[in-house]
Design a protein around this ligand. Structure first.
Ligand code: OGA
Ligand code: NI
Length: 202
C-alpha cells in the first residue's frame, strides 16, 4: 500500500471495512434527524456555500463521541496512520471525519483537499457506503493522475486518459495524498453516501 501511495499518490482498497452497513444506517438516522448541512468551500473566514462547485451535505463526527462502529473504523484508520507515519514521516496526529451525502444531481468540481500545502491535511480517505451502486449511477470519484505517471503512460499508449474513475462501492476505501492529487466527484444519479476524512498534522 505504501509503495502504491508513494508512486501513484493514491490507493483504492476494496473491502476495507466490513461493517459499512451499520455506518450507512447511522448516516440515515442522522438524515432523519436533519443533521446534514451543506458542505462549504474555502478556508477560515472565507468559508462559503456554493452548490455550483460542491453539492454534498455533511455531518462532522466528534472523535470523542463516536458510535462503536465509527470507533472501529477510526481505529483502523488510526492503525493506518501509525503505519504511514513510520513510512513517510508525515507526523500526522489527528483524524477528521464526516459523513457526506450527495443527493441526485450533485457533484464536487475538480479540486485539491490541501491547496498549495496551506492546511494540515496529509491524507484524504473516503469509505463508500453504497450497497446497490451500479454502472450508470454516476458519482464516481475521478482521480487525476500526477504528471509523471501521465507522461509515462502517454509514451506507451497515445490515447490514455489522464484520470481514473473509482466507483463508490460499499466497503471500498479510496485514499490519496491531499496536497498532490486533484480529484472530483462526478454528478451522481442516485443518493451517494460516504464516510470521508483526513489525517492531519494539527
Ligand atoms: C472531498 C472529496 C471525494 C469523494 O470531500 O473533498 O473530494 O469521493 N470527496 O467523496
Ligand atoms: Ni476532495
Amino acid at each position: 500500500m505504501a509503495e502504491t501511495l508513494s508512486s501513484k499518490g493514491f490507493v483504492v482498497i476494496d473491502n476495507f471495512f466490513e461493517d459499512w452497513k451499520i455506518l450507512k444506517q447511522e448516516a440515515d438516522e442522522l438524515l432523519q434527524k436533519n443533521a446534514f448541512r451543506p458542505a462549504q468551500i474555502g478556508q477560515g473566514n472565507a468559508l462559503q456555500q456554493d452548490i455550483t462547485q460542491r453539492g454534498d451535505n455533511i455531518v462532522w463526527l466528534e472523535n470523542a463521541n463516536l458510535s462503536p462502529t465509527q470507533k472501529a473504523f477510526f481505529d483502523k484508520i488510526d492503525t493506518l496512520q501509525s503505519f504511514l507515519n513510520q513510512t513517510f514521516f508525515w507526523g500526522t496526529n489527528d483524524v477528521e471525519l464526516h459523513f457526506a451525502l450527495y443527493q441526485e444531481g450533485m457533484f464536487y468540481q475538480k479540486h485539491l483537499d490541501n491547496f498549495k500545502g496551506k492546511n494540515a491535511r496529509r491524507l484524504s480517505f473516503i469509505l463508500y457506503l453504497n450497497e446497490y451502486w451500479k454502472e450508470g449511477d454516476g458519482g464516481e470519484l475521478r482521480i487525476f493522475l500526477p504528471n509523471e505517471i501521465q507522461e509515462n503512460q502517454e509514451n506507451e499508449l497515445n490515447n490514455t486518459p489522464n484520470f481514473i474513475d473509482v466507483a463508490p462501492l460499499a466497503g471500498r476505501l479510496a485514499c490519496f495524498v491531499s496536497a498532490e492529487i486533484w480529484h472530483e466527484v462526478l454528478p451522481t444519479n442516485t443518493q451517494r453516501y460516504s464516510l470521508t476524512g483526513w489525517l492531519r498534522r494539527a
